[in-house]
Design a protein around this ligand. Structure first.
Ligand code: NAP
Ligand code: MN
Length: 269
């Protein structure tokens, strides 16, 4: 197959090491016959992110979740999504050209936020967090499908995808979910469970066909903060937040030896 016009986007975070690896990678890709455009090109066949999980999540968000496969070079701290290390650039290019890889698909999560007359849509890969802004207690009426389930009181709740189950969700005591499963996990953040307030204290696992609806209650001037993959959003007077899987999928290149549970073991134990 001719390599003519085979475009590969390369992005790096601001860190000096990442920028140096980006430069090196660009050189190597061009030597192998690929074209590395200066700006994001939607006709590219691959996006390479140099950095940690955070820079990968930011790149996804910035380019509006393109359908192009991603691969990450880990210069970050954890790099759970990242597949290659900086000393594996040649090996990666060799295997990529041969087609010696598979693609792992992740479902993304979406929220419809109704505030006043407006409706906004947010999308994420890891999770959507709904919490009280400025240290206030959040009171959230939560329904799953058509059933009202609880009036949550506490810091807030997090709804994690399987891909995000190993991130903030795990730090909150949520379960690690194999991404081959299709489910959303509602994990409480500092739930109050007293005679005054009653909230579930463990994660709730929800099938993909049911939507999770959240109706915030306001006390005085309190507001709600929404955080998607670490990025904050604020809206006036949110009345309803509806959370579901989104149709968008994120594709990641995996080399032959990739195994989810091996990755979990190597990053967590
Ligand atoms: P960050 O503060 O660097 O993220 C915290 C840690 O989470 C980093 O080590 C990051 O990896 C890792 N991470 C991100 N996505 C992951 C995943 N799917 N599985 C396992 N670990 C993952 O912030 P950031 O880099 O912008 O990442 C945003 C994410 O941070 C959010 O989506 C949220 O899940 C997570 N977060 C975690 C906590 C917590 O654990 N208490 C609090 C706030 C946010 P890198 O080191 O490679 O970046
Ligand atoms: Mn990070």
């Amino acid at each position: 197959m001719s390599l003519e016009n085979r475009l590969i986007n390369v992005f790096a975070n601001e860190n000096a090491v990442s920028r140096e690896i980006k430069r090196l990678l660009k050189q190597k890709l061009e030597k192998s016959g690929f074209v590395v455009p200066r700006e994001f090109d939607p006709c590219s066949e691959l996006v390479i992110c140099v950095g940690g999980d955070g820079s990968f999540l930011h790149t996804l968000n910035r380019y509006d979740f393109p359908e192009i496969p991603f691969v990450g070079v880990n210069t970050g701290h954890l790099g759970f999504f990242q597949e290659i290390y900086p000393d594996q650039l040649d090996e990666f290019i060799f295997k990529y050209k041969k087609g010696d890889y598979s693609i792992q698909e992740f479902k993304t999560i979406g929220a419809y936020i109704s505030s006043g007359k407006e409706k906004t849509r947010l999308r994420g890969l890891n999770e959507i967090v709904i919490r009280g802004d400025k240290s206030i207690t959040a009171h959230l009426n939560i329904s799953i499908g058509d059933s009202f389930v609880e009036r949550f009181s506490g810091d807030g709740i997090l709804v994690a995808t399987p891909a995000g189950s190993t991130a903030y969700n795990y730090a909150l005591g949520g379960c690690i979910v194999d991404p081959r499963l299709s489910l959303l996990q509602i994990t409480p953040i500092a739930p109050m469970n007293t005679t005054a307030y009653r909230s579930f204290t463990s994660s709730l696992i929800v099938p993909p066909e049911l939507s999770i609806n959240i109706f915030p209650e306001y006390t005085s001037e309190s507001t709600i903060l929404i955080i998607v993959d670490g990025m904050e959003y604020r809206y006036q007077e949110i009345t309803d937040i509806s959370i579901n899987f989104s149709k968008t999928r994120v594709k990641m290149i995996r080399l032959a030896n990739y195994d989810f549970w091996n990755k979990v073991k190597s990053k967590f134990l």
